[in-house]
Structure formats: structure tokens, C-alpha cells
Ligand binder design. Structure first.
Ligand code: T4K
Length: 381
């Protein structure tokens, strides 16, 4: 088999969608004219309203990034002691617990959704447990009902890290309506972004009030600081970018659906390779396109495929390898032991995030499939 030609330019796992520069500039002109750059200005207020409507989240607070938003969620919910979470995630998830002086307790994941497996949560609950911090990995929703049942029974709070799940819904119900708080990330690598940014959605107005105080140093008014807050505020420049982005969201979503359709048609029936399944009732956030390389005995394992794709200028990513439980700061935790997390270890060894963004043409997507099948030593289909 002859190797397909490499890409002339590097193809990364993602490429941020950017609105036309003049449209952003027009919004910046009004920021310039106002002389108001931060601290809940007009752009911030407008974006908060617009996203609140788009996400079906009436109580939404914007942040300067998703990690600070999660840190504030833990503070606002007064979490302490231990929080049960997943090891199959980005470092931010367990790190926000550490920054709150809370011990992460890792529970294994479900082999299909790759989200925390509710059946393993109960055994991890102790007198010190205050919450469950679950992640809708790749935008595939967690088993929200089972998690809520456990939380209700044991009096625990539930936080969802929905960094990948912007716009996702289950049976038409927005993803932000489950649990006590839901975090969204608006990092440059996300479908909807503000370069850096994030948000928290909650259902309780008193909680929203506390969150808004916490993200602004705890300042209540000119003469009163109510609590030790932090600076979690989104700037006017970020908010203006978000507003300009919103006008193009549907366009980017449909371009990603087109790329996903090419990948699915080419890769769905390839031996040794499987695709992440999105339940039919779920509105897909189109954040990642994940393949799993393992079962069925391919000639190469995931790490070889990941490395060899670079020869074609294709920089796929092993999200999420290594597991958080393997980091030097966490691996001494009893719950981090690999025997406790067999499914997570198996998933972390198999997953590969393919380049996935709307600017990829059909031809690009086909060439990525050609290269993938070539390095897997399979004939192109
Ligand atoms: N929870 C979960 C489950 C998360 O996945 C994340 C973030 C968070 C929490 C925290 O949310 P934030 O605090 O970030 O809002 C990237 C992102 O930086 C990170 O936001 C994201 N998850 C994670 C999955 O991906 P890296 O370390 O892989 O990024 P990096 O710099 O290697 O970028 C990936 C590729 O994207 C590059 O190879 C090229 C491309 N890229 C990147 C940037 C920044 C561009 O083309 N342009 C750009 O501006 O973490």
C-alpha cells in the first residue's frame, strides 16, 4: 500500500472558529467608546443574557475561564472533605478540588459513556464526602438520574463539569439543568469560545448570588466585603468576542456535523477501531470526534497510531491520557490505585481525538481517514 501524501500544514486536533474580524472590531469600537473594559460591562451583560437563553440556563454567571468557575462552584456550595470524581478527565477537574483543600476520591468509569459509573460511587462515600463532581466527557451526558438518586439519599451536592457539553441536551432538557451547578468552558479549543472563558449555571437564586459575589472578590458594595472571593470576571473584550461568535454558532455546528458524517462513513466498520456512541436522545455538542483503537487486535496500538499520524502532519490527541489518578500529585491516593480503576485505564489506552473543526473540508477529512487506515495497516475503505 502506498502512503497517502502528508498535509502541507500541521492539522491539529482543533482550530478555533473565529468570526469575521470587522464584526469583532465593530463590537470593540463600542467598548472603546464606552471606556468600560471589565467588571460587568455592557458586553458582559449582553453575553450573559444571550447564553442564558441559548443554554436554557436562567441563572448563569460568566467567568474568565472554566477552571476558576469550578473552583468558585466548590466554594459557593461550601464543599469540604472529600469529593468523588472521575480520573478520566482534564487535569482541571481534580485540581479544583485540591485548590479548595478537598481530597479527590476517584471512582471508575462506565465502559460505554466513559463517564463516572454511578454503580461505583456508593462504595466511595464516607462521613467526609460532600459532593460528586462528574464530567460529561466529550459531551456524552452522565447517568444524571442515577447520580441524583445517590446524592439525594446521602445528602451530597452534585457539580457537573460540562466543559465539552456546550448546548447538549437530554430528551430536549438542557444539560445545565442537572445537579446543583454546571460549568461550561469557553476556551479557544471549544466549539463556542471567548478565547478564555467559562460559565456556571445553577438552579438556586441564592447560590447564583453567592457565586456572583465570590467571582468579584466577595465585594458586596463600596463599604462591605462579604467573603473571601477571587477574581473570576470575564472582560469586555472576551464577552464581545463571544457575542460575535454566537452569530456563527449554527454554521460551525453544521460544518462539524458534515466532518463527523465523513468520519462516521469511513470509520464505522473498521476492524480494531470503534467510535464513541452518542445516545439517540442526546443533542450532540460536536466538541470532539473520538475513535477507540484496541479491541479486535489491530496491528498497531493507539500510541503507535498517534505517533505515526504525526508523519502525515496530523496531530490527533490522546484525551484523556494519562489518567488524573496517575499524576504524581494524586497517585498516592488509595482511590488512585489502578486495580480500583480498570475501565478508566482501558479507556485511556484506547482513545484518540481526531482533528475536528468546521474548517476541515470533506477532502481533509477523507485524507485524515486515509492516513489513519494506512498507519493501522488497513486498506482504505
Ligand atoms: N474540565 C474539562 C473536562 C476540560 O476539558 C477542561 C479544558 C477544563 C475543565 C478546564 O476549562 P478551562 O479552564 O480551560 O476553560 C486544551 C484546552 O486548553 C482546555 O481548555 C481543554 N479542556 C483541553 C481538553 O484542551 P491542551 O493542553 O490540550 O491545549 P493545547 O494548547 O495543547 O491545544 C490543543 C490544540 O488546539 C493545539 O495543538 C492547537 C490548537 N489550538 C490551541 C489554542 C490554544 C489552536 O489552534 N489555537 C489556540 O489558540 O488543553
Amino acid at each position: 500500500m502506498r502512503p497517502p501524501p502528508p498535509f502541507e500544514q500541521p492539522i491539529y486536533v482543533t482550530k478555533p472558529f473565529l468570526p469575521p474580524l470587522p464584526e469583532y472590531m465593530a463590537r470593540l469600537e463600542s467598548v472603546w467608546a464606552s471606556g468600560w473594559l471589565a467588571n460587568n460591562g455592557q458586553q458582559h451583560q449582553a453575553l450573559e443574557r444571550a447564553l442564558s437563553a441559548y443554554l436554557g440556563a436562567p441563572l448563569l454567571s460568566l467567568f474568565n475561564n472554566g477552571t476558576i468557575a469550578l473552583i468558585v462552584a466548590c466554594q459557593a456550595l461550601r464543599l469540604s472533605g472529600e469529593v468523588i470524581t472521575t480520573p478520566f478527565t482534564f487535569p482541571a477537574t481534580p485540581h479544583v478540588l485540591s485548590w479548595n483543600n478537598i481530597a479527590p476520591v476517584f471512582a471508575d468509569i462506565d465502559p460505554v459513556t466513559l463517564n463516572i459509573d454511578p454503580s461505583g460511587i456508593e462504595a466511595k462515600i464516607t462521613a467526609r464526602t460532600s459532593a460528586i463532581l462528574a464530567v460529561h466527557v466529550y459531551g456524552v451526558p452522565c447517568d444524571v438520574e442515577a447520580i441524583q438518586d445517590i446524592a439525594r439519599f446521602y445528602g451530597l451536592k452534585v457539580i457537573y463539569d460540562a466543559a465539552h457539553a456546550f448546548g447538549a441536551a437530554i430528551d430536549g432538557q438542557p444539560i445545565s439543568t442537572f445537579g446543583d451547578a454546571t460549568m461550561f468552558s469557553f476556551h479557544a479549543t471549544k466549539l463556542f469560545h471567548t478565547a478564555e472563558g467559562g460559565a456556571l449555571a445553577v438552579g438556586d437564586p441564592a447560590l447564583k448570588h453567592r457565586i456572583d459575589l465570590l467571582k468579584n472578590f466577595g465585594i458586596k458594595n463600596e463599604s462591605e466585603v462579604a467573603m473571601p472571593g477571587i477574581n473570576g470576571k470575564m472582560s469586555e473584550l472576551q464577552a464581545a468576542l463571544g457575542l460575535a461568535m454566537l452569530d456563527y454558532l449554527e454554521e460551525e455546528l453544521s460544518a462539524r456535523r458534515r466532518v463527523a458524517a465523513v468520519y462516521t462513513a469511513r470509520l464505522a466498520d473498521v476492524p480494531g477501531l470503534s467510535l464513541m456512541a452518542m445516545p439517540a436522545a442526546v443533542k450532540n455538542s460536536q466538541q470532539y470526534f473520538i475513535v477507540r483503537i484496541g479491541a479486535g487486535g489491530p496491528a498497531k496500538n493507539r500510541d503507535q497510531v498517534h505517533a505515526e499520524l504525526k508523519d502525515f502532519n496530523i496531530f490527533a490527541r490522546r484525551y484523556f491520557y494519562p489518567l488524573c489518578s496517575e499524576y504524581s500529585c494524586y497517585r498516592q491516593l488509595p482511590s488512585a490505585s489502578p486495580v480500583n480503576l480498570p475501565t478508566a485505564h482501558w479507556a485511556a489506552a484506547e482513545v484518540l481525538a481526531l482533528p475536528f473543526y468546521g474548517a476541515l473540508s470533506d477532502d481533509d477529512a477523507h485524507r485524515i481517514c486515509d492516513a489513519l487506515l494506512y498507519v493501522m495497516e488497513l486498506s482504505p475503505s
